[in-house]
Ligand binder design. Structure first.
Ligand code: TMP
Length: 250
């Protein structure tokens, strides 16, 4: 048994090891290797910090596949990530990381909370790219912070935030170009970082229509979680459309 095969999945696709953590859309399971975990993608959808909840059939499978394709492409471009490989429809093998409790949001267009907060029309394209940080803390509703708050809270350092910013800029370039090739505008997205056992800073968590705003480049149709948040219907179709377009990338 190699290091990476030190786990078992049952016939229903559930890992048969200890569950270490359960989030809103994913579960994390141990493997025989303390430095490797399994991330299991569920069909649960939630919005507005858990106030709106539902099940979207197959969402877990679509997000696992979408995120795996994106992570594989980022790795090929030299971005260090926690991703090792996709195991099956709902599970992926990843390096265990110590999560930095910061959500990094990148905005290429005005939408969502920024459009609301600043009174900007959705879709407006600013001259510059906008980077935001949120403190990952459910009790406080993941508040918007800046780098000084992050350092004061003791959750990061100026040096680490500089490094995160550099990697984030590069990820935005790679993803914007990748989505453009499949006729999709990358409006905004959220990423997270962590450190592996040897201290390497890596991209962690997922990249999927749950964590990105993705609009069809021709029609501006929303192909992401806003279909669920705003009750626009055809949620599954949108996720499936993103997966099938990404699968055709060469
Ligand atoms: P926002 O406009 O609601 O602040 O969201 C900006 C982007 O970040 C959008 O693509 C959705 C994503 N996001 C998450 O993935 N998780 C979150 O908890 C939040 C607030 C946003």
């Amino acid at each position: 048994m190699t290091m990476q095969e030190d786990y078992k999945i049952d016939e229903k696709g559930m890992p048969m090891t200890e569950m270490l953590y359960e989030g809103k859309a994913k579960q994390v399971f141990a493997t025989g290797n303390p430095e490797v975990i399994i991330i299991h993608y569920k069909d649960d959808a939630s919005a507005y910090n858990g106030i709106k909840r539902a099940q979207i059939a197959n969402k877990g499978e679509w997000n696992n596949k979408i995120s795996s394709i994106i992570y594989e492409r980022l790795e090929k471009e030299g971005i260090k990530t926690h991703f090792i490989r996709r195991i099956d429809d709902r599970n992926q093998l990843c390096k265990r990381v110590k999560v930095i409790p910061i959500e990094v949001i990148v905005r290429n267009r005005a939408a969502g909370s920024m459009a609301r907060r600043l009174g900007l029309p959705e879709g407006m394209q600013p001259k510059n790219t906008i980077y935001e940080y949120c403190y990952k803390n459910d009790e406080l509703n993941d508040p918007l912070i800046n780098e000084h708050h992050a350092v004061a809270l003791g959750i990061s350092t100026y040096e680490e935030l500089d490094e995160i910013h550099g990697i984030t800029e590069r990820i935005n370039c790679l993803l914007t170009e990748m989505f453009a090739r499949i006729g999709v505008t990358l409006v905004d997205f959220k990423i997270e970082f962590g450190r592996t056992a040897d201290g390497t800073l890596v991209l962690s968590d997922e990249l999927s229509p749950d964590t990105c705003r993705l609009w069809d480049a021709d029609t501006q149709e929303k192909l992401d979680k806003d279909r669920f948040r705003r009750d626009l219907g055809r949620v599954g179709e949108a996720y499936n459309e993103i997966l099938s377009r990404l699968s055709r990338l060469d």
